[in-house]
Design a protein. Structure first.
Length: 176
């Protein structure tokens, strides 16, 4: 599949009202640390989180759509103020549908960022399916757009910077 040009991505971003994000491999570098007692730790990118907060201030809905349940994810999203944290379902399309109904949105008003085989169906159904640079080859093939940054290394910020530009908002104006 041919990827969209920057101009085409910008045009699609104008109509996006919700950004759905996978976690492992998108907001993290695809690593999980486990202690001997099962305690889990993840490394999240601070700039991604900062831009998520700024985008929410600008009116963009943010949702986490992860197939894997994680207390670390819940803690990080609470820290950022992300209200929609959906975890522990293998069908991400089925997982997000009730949220879309609640928010009165359609799939043509969402962008989704993923990195793995589990993400392909939602990426294809969303108005804009995005793969991070180090995604599985099949996800890169299915995506409309591929970030230049890897997961956990600013890929979400990269996309959100494009969103801000497409809607004519300056993220610096949202810093309080």
């Amino acid at each position: 599949m041919a990827h969209l040009s920057r101009e085409q991505v910008m045009a699609r971003l104008k109509g996006i009202r919700l950004l759905a994000l996978d976690v492992d491999g998108v907001l993290t570098d695809d690593s999980i640390f486990f202690g001997p007692d099962g305690f889990e730790m993840k490394k999240f990118n601070i700039s991604d989180g900062f831009f998520i907060v700024l985008a929410m201030r600008a009116g963009l809905e943010i949702a986490i759509v992860s197939g894997r349940p994680s207390p670390a994810t819940i803690t990080r999203m609470k820290d950022l103020g992300v209200k929609h944290v959906l975890q522990a379902m293998k069908s991400k399309v089925a997982q997000i549908k009730p949220l879309l109904d609640e928010l009165e949105l359609d799939f043509d008003e969402i962008a989704f960022v993923g990195n793995e085989l589990l993400d392909i169906k939602l990426a294809r159904k969303a108005a804009l399916g995005v793969a991070v640079a180090d995604s599985a080859p099949e996800m890169i093939e299915a995506a409309d757009f591929v970030t230049s940054k890897k997961g956990g290394e600013g890929a979400v910020r990269e996309l959100l910077q494009l969103w801000f530009e497409s809607v004519g908002k300056n993220p610096q104006d949202l810093i309080v």
